[in-house]
Write a protein that binds this ligand. Structure first.
Ligand code: HEC
Length: 289
């Protein structure tokens, strides 16, 4: 898990693909998230998987990159810059051999990362089901990931279809609630997948949750936060153990218990310390100097 040493300077995974000079902007703000109305477990499940680096294989997963790194909240990322993949901030070449030896087309042709809330090349119409094979090819051929299960593809496509442009605020501040919300999405996703007998999808959902815990730990760097980081590490290990439970009913019950204990313990502690943490823009700015 990132940033577990109390005396080390903060390390933010996302800065590996962030344009120099845009660090504070990227870590303190984000394109606003707007979704089609309704609380749909499939959409939440897709949103969790969208943030899971292990969905993508190879170099992308190693770097900690997920769909959400380029499409923050399903939108774009004007600060995205990765050597060999981007030409200028906000662009990427997804057919690059950096990601996959299979699909790399040997041409360097980065384009602006599209906002998935806007109509694009790929139809969002659920009847045509054009998104599912498109996403499947992205994962397997562009990024060299493992073949996604049908439920994984269905969830990702449902999420992409639910992304909407926001009518009022274009950007939003980042905070602990982003990660706590993502953990809830991960639970919804893991329960949905295990309910469908999809162990691979459930494992990815657990991995997505553990990744979110790592993102929280980055914000509680420094000597004053040893207990917060300890609680996060414990929570992450418990999730790993739950991921190894093979009986679906026991898996589901263990995850429910984990959630209750996490909300009562770690989440409360994290909330109390949020103002002192690097979720606070002032502290964050200071740490980046
Ligand atoms: C490295 C940055 C990057 C990552 C990671 C990434 N994308 Fe994209 N995505 C792009 C770019 C750039 C395009 C535009 C490609 C083009 O137009 O040729 C795109 C296009 C798309 C489109 C088509 C939009 C349209 O025009 O209709 C969808 C849908 C999409 N991405 C979903 C995903 C999903 C799902 C994932 C994760 C499996 C993902 N993307 C990961 C950069 C990225």
């Amino acid at each position: 898990m990132a940033a577990t040493r109390g005396d080390a300077p903060p390390v933010f995974e996302q800065l590996r693909w962030t344009a120099p000079g845009a660090e504070l902007a990227l870590l303190s703000g984000q394109p606003a998230a707007c979704l089609a109305p309704g609380d749909d477990a499939l959409v939440r499940s897709g949103r969790a998987l969208f943030g899971a680096p292990t969905l993508l294989g190879g170099q992308a997963a190693k770097a900690g990159l997920s769909c959400a790194s380029c499409h923050i909240n399903g939108r774009g990322n004007p600060h995205f810059l990765l050597a060999g993949v981007s030409a200028s901030p906000g662009t990427a070449d997804v057919t690059n051999s950096f990601f996959s030896a299979v699909r790399g087309n040997a041409r360097f042709d980065p384009v602006v990362i599209p906002d998935l809330a806007m109509p694009g090349k790929i139809s969002r119409d659920p009847d045509t089901r054009a998104l599912e094979p498109f996403i499947r090819n992205l994962v397997v051929e562009e990024f060299g990931g493992q073949e996604p299960t049908p439920a994984t593809l269905e969830a990702l496509a449902a999420y992409v279809r639910a992304v909407r442009p926001c009518t009022s605020e274009r950007t939003a501040a980042r905070g602990l609630d982003d990660q706590l919300g993502a953990l809830d999405d991960g639970i919804a996703g893991a329960q949905l997948m295990i309910g469908r007998g999809d162990r691979q999808g459930a494992a990815l959902s657990i991995a997505a949750m553990r990744h979110q815990l790592g993102l929280i730990a980055e914000r509680y760097a420094g000597r004053g936060f040893a207990r917060e980081r300890g609680a996060l590490l414990t929570a992450s290990r418990e999730l790993r153990a739950i991921g190894e439970i093979s009986d679906p009913a026991r898996f589901a019950a263990a995850l429910d218990r984990w959630k209750v204990a996490f909300d009562k313990g770690a989440a409360k502690r994290l909330r109390r310390a949020e103002e002192r943490s690097l979720y606070d823009t002032g502290h964050l700015a200071q740490s980046l100097r």
